[in-house]
Design a protein around this ligand. Structure first.
Ligand code: SF4
Ligand code: FES
Length: 368
C-alpha cells in the first residue's frame, strides 16, 4: 500500500435507497436509486470480503432502510465471520418479529435508531408516516430487551430543536447507551428543504446550553454526542474525518464515494465496485485523491494551524455555498465567504417556506 495512504477504518454501506419514511432532512442524493439498481447479495458479499482484506474494521449498514433487504442476515454474517464490527442504522419501522434476534444470532454488534421527534406528532410529520413514533419505540425496546447496545440518533432542525430536553428523557427511558443530538447537515434533501428546516440563533444557543448541562449531569449514564450546526459555527467540522482519510461510503449500486454528497461535485467521477476493485478505488481513484491530505488546499487553509484538524471542512458545503469544492468551507470564520452563512440563516428564517406545509418529502422518482 502507498505509504502516504493508510487503510480505511470504516465504511458506510448504503444497501438500498428504499425506505418506509420520507424524511425531509435525508442525506441521500435527490436522485434515489430504485431496487433494480441495487447490488446483489453476492456482489455485496464480495465487496465486504474485499473491504475486510483492505483493513476496514467497522461497517455501518445503512440506507434508506437496510432491513428492507431480505439478505441482511447473510451480509451481517459475512462481515462478522471476518471480525468486522457491524452497526445497523435503522428507521426502526416494519422490522418483523424475530428479525432483530436473527441479526443478533449472526453477530450484529450495535443498533443505531433514528427518531425524528421526541413525541408522535413531530416524528410523524418529519418522516411523513402515521404511527412511526410508536413503531420506533417498540423497536428500541426490543433492541434493549435482547441485549444489543442502542444509540438513538436525533436529527435536529427548527421543527424539533425545542424537543432536545425531551429527547434526552426519551433516550434515558428507553435505556439507550448513547444519544446523538445531530443538527442536520444541509446536503441532499436537507439542502432542498433548507428554508423550512433552519433554526434561529436563539434556539441554537439554548440547545447548546441544554446539551452541555446534560452531558455533565449524565456522565456514566448516557453518552451524548453533539453534532454542531455548521451554519452557526466558527470553525467547520472535519467532514468524514478528512476526505478519503479513514472512511468512505458505498451507494446501493456499488459506487464508492468519499462522503454522502460527493456526487454533487460535478468535476469528479466516481468508480463502481465490480468495474474497479475496492483497493484500486481507495488508492488510485482520482476522485478519492482529489482532496486527500492538505496539498490541494488554497489560502487561508494552506497556511492555517488547523488544516490538519478540520481538513478545510466540508468539500460539498464549499461546492454548495462557494461554488468551488476546493474553497475553504464557508462555515469557517476565516473564509472570505463566511458572512454568507449568516445571510442564509436570516434568509431562511424570514422565508415564506419556514412551515412544514412547504416540506418537500424524500421520494424515489420524485420530480423536483
Ligand atoms: Fe480549517 Fe481552513 Fe478554516 Fe483553517 S482556514 S480553520 S484549515 S477551514
Ligand atoms: Fe462531502 Fe462533507 S459531505 S465532504
Amino acid at each position: 500500500m502507498n505509504e502516504r495512504i493508510l487503510p480505511p477504518i470504516s465504511m458506510l454501506a448504503e444497501l438500498t435507497h428504499r425506505c418506509p419514511l420520507q424524511c425531509v432532512y435525508c442525506s441521500n442524493p435527490l436522485e434515489l436509486l430504485k431496487a433494480d439498481r441495487e447490488l446483489s447479495t453476492d456482489a455485496w458479499r464480495a465487496l465486504f470480503e474485499e473491504a475486510a482484506d483492505l483493513g476496514v474494521l467497522q461497517v455501518h449498514l445503512s440506507g434508506g432502510e437496510p432491513t428492507v433487504r431480505p439478505d441482511l442476515e447473510k451480509l451481517v454474517g459475512c462481515l462478522t465471520r471476518r471480525g468486522v464490527y457491524t452497526n445497523l442504522i435503522t428507521a426502526g419501522i416494519g422490522i418483523p418479529e424475530g428479525r432483530l434476534e436473527a441479526l443478533q444470532d449472526v453477530g450484529l454488534d450495535h443498533v443505531q435508531l433514528s427518531i425524528q421527534g421526541a413525541n408522535a406528532p413531530t416524528t410523524e410529520k418529519i418522516g411523513n408516516h402515521r404511527g412511526a413514533h410508536e413503531k420506533k419505540l417498540q423497536t428500541a425496546r426490543r433492541v434493549v430487551e435482547i441485549g444489543l447496545p442502542l444509540t438513538i440518533n436525533a436529527p435536529i432542525h427548527r421543527h424539533n430543536i425545542e424537543e432536545v430536553p425531551a429527547f434526552i428523557d426519551l433516550a434515558l427511558s428507553l435505556g439507550a447507551e448513547r444519544l446523538e443530538i445531530a443538527n442536520v447537515q444541509y446536503g441532499g434533501w436537507a439542502l432542498l428543504n433548507r428554508n423550512a428546516l433552519m433554526p434561529d440563533r436563539a434556539s441554537v444557543e439554548r440547545q447548546v446550553e441544554i446539551v452541555e448541562e446534560a452531558q455533565s449531569r449524565l456522565q456514566g449514564v448516557l453518552a451524548i454526542d453533539f453534532v454542531a450546526p455548521d451554519y452557526f459555527a466558527v470553525y467547520p467540522k472535519p467532514c468524514m474525518g478528512g476526505w478519503a482519510r479513514d472512511a468512505f461510503m458505498v451507494a446501493p449500486d456499488g459506487t464508492a464515494l468519499p462522503c454522502h454528497a460527493a456526487a454533487t461535485i460535478p468535476s469528479l467521477h466516481f468508480e463502481r465496485f465490480g468495474e474497479w476493485s475496492l483497493t484500486d478505488i481507495w488508492l488510485n481513484s482520482p476522485a478519492f485523491n482529489a482532496f486527500r491530505g492538505d496539498d490541494w488546499m488554497l489560502e487561508p487553509c494552506r497556511s492555517c494551524e488547523r488544516r490538519d484538524i478540520d481538513w478545510g471542512g466540508c468539500r460539498c458545503q464549499a461546492m454548495a455555498i462557494a461554488g468551488d469544492a476546493a474553497a475553504t468551507d464557508p462555515a469557517c470564520v476565516k473564509s472570505p465567504l463566511h458572512s454568507r452563512m449568516a445571510t442564509l440563516i436570516s434568509q431562511a428564517n424570514s422565508a415564506p417556506s419556514t412551515s412544514s406545509d412547504n416540506f418537500r418529502y424524500r421520494r424515489i422518482g420524485r420530480t423536483l
